[in-house]
Write a protein that binds this ligand. Structure first.
Ligand code: SF4
Length: 346
């Protein structure tokens, strides 16, 4: 759908209550229309003004002409609706590109959404890092990924993970606002929403202090300061020790298990000694470790061979925490973990 020529460069999803009220007043409408519109957007998941059947036709036409309903539009879908994994390319109103992924696994339908265009954190194994940081997504742009993907999915989305492009905790306010909308307006329980961070320590503490019940995932990827620092330069600012301390702090406040993501890279963090150090590091923390054999992106790092993957997993066999392995889905369409990067930015 093309955008109306006279549309303003902000979508309805990004208006605050006062702005909504002032638009409705200008159009001679009562503020209760806002509730009807909100219901269409968040509960019915409509993607056009014309679908809002209980609004007068004239109002729908006026709104269509003055403001875009959604801040995003889908420009490309990779994978068919019969496949387990599909990747969506979106364009924002200001012409930026982001990606989201829809994954089905039995009764679960999970979506992985982006929080920024590009990323400043510069993890050495990550395709998004190559884009650099471009901008923070607004809460509307974050929520809109969920609305569009639900409209494209033939099953109800059960889980939302903030693990796409960007570091969610470097866009903390908008991410938390989006999570609140998902939780309070769209019916996603806090346990169905996971926020993943590369390790922005003060924000982990802030999330704990504010009492948010969303699930926390930490991208760990190293068993000591040195190995983590090799691939995650933010370790210089947020040491592994301070990260683990903040995880303990979070657990004490929120009483919720943390998931540690561990991308397994050949010759970097995949030795049995790494496994043993990982046990020591996390021994006293109620948590789960999710091992992700690396999805190659054509850079300097490789996925360990099967023997090394199994050797590493074997070293964790007596770990006091649960260990799972994510054999990433969607690697054929570059939708696996760490593979999201917009290739056609031009
Ligand atoms: S892994 Fe996450 S935090 Fe690290 S560069 Fe990629 S998108 Fe940013």
């Amino acid at each position: 759908m093309s955008r109306p020529k006279n549309a303003i460069k902000k979508s309805y999803l990004d208006l605050n209550e006062n702005e909504v009220e002032s638009i409705l007043t200008e159009l001679g409408e009562s503020p209760f229309r806002a509730e009807q519109i909100e219901n269409w957007i968040y509960n019915q998941g409509v993607v056009t003004w014309s679908e809002m059947e209980n609004l007068p036709q004239l109002l729908r036409e006026k709104l269509e002409n003055i403001i875009p309903l959604h801040p995003l539009r889908i420009t490309k879908i990779s994978g068919s609706d019969t496949e387990f994994t599909r990747k969506f390319l979106f364009e924002t109103l200001d012409g930026q590109k982001i990606e989201s992924v829809l994954m089905k696994d039995g009764k679960r339908t999970t979506i992985c959404i982006s929080s920024q265009v590009g990323c400043a954190v510069d993890c050495k194994f990550c395709a998004t890092a190559s884009m650099g940081f471009i901008k923070n997504l607004s809460s509307g742009e974050i929520v809109d990924q969920v609305i569009h993907l639900q409209a494209q999915s033939n099953s109800k989305i059960t889980n939302v993970v903030f693990m796409g492009m960007g570091e969610p905790f470097l866009n903390y306010r908008n991410v938390m606002e989006a999570a609140k909308i998902l939780n309070q307006k769209m019916g996603y329980g806090a346990r169905r929403i996971t926020i993943s961070t590369a390790g922005i320590v003060p924000k982990i503490r802030q999330m704990a202090n504010e009492g948010h019940k969303y699930k926390l995932a930490i991208s760990l990827n190293g068993s000591n300061e040195k190995s983590r620092n090799t691939i995650m330069p933010l370790t210089k600012t947020h040491s592994l020790k301070s990260l683990i301390d903040s995880a303990h702090y979070y657990y004490k406040k929120i009483h919720r298990f943390i998931t540690f993501e561990y991308v397994l890279l050949e010759g970097v963090n995949d030795s049995p000694e790494d496994g043993e150090r990982l046990i020591d590091l996390l021994r006293s923390l109620p948590c789960k470790v999710n091992v992700i054999p690396y999805n190659e992106i054509g850079g300097e790092y490789n996925r360990p061979n099967e023997d090394n993957i199994h050797g590493f997993l074997h070293s964790l066999k007596d770990a006091p925490f649960t260990v799972t392995v994510r054999w990433s889905k969607g690697t054929d369409i570059d939708a696996g973990c760490g593979q999201l990067a917009v290739r056609d930015l031009a």
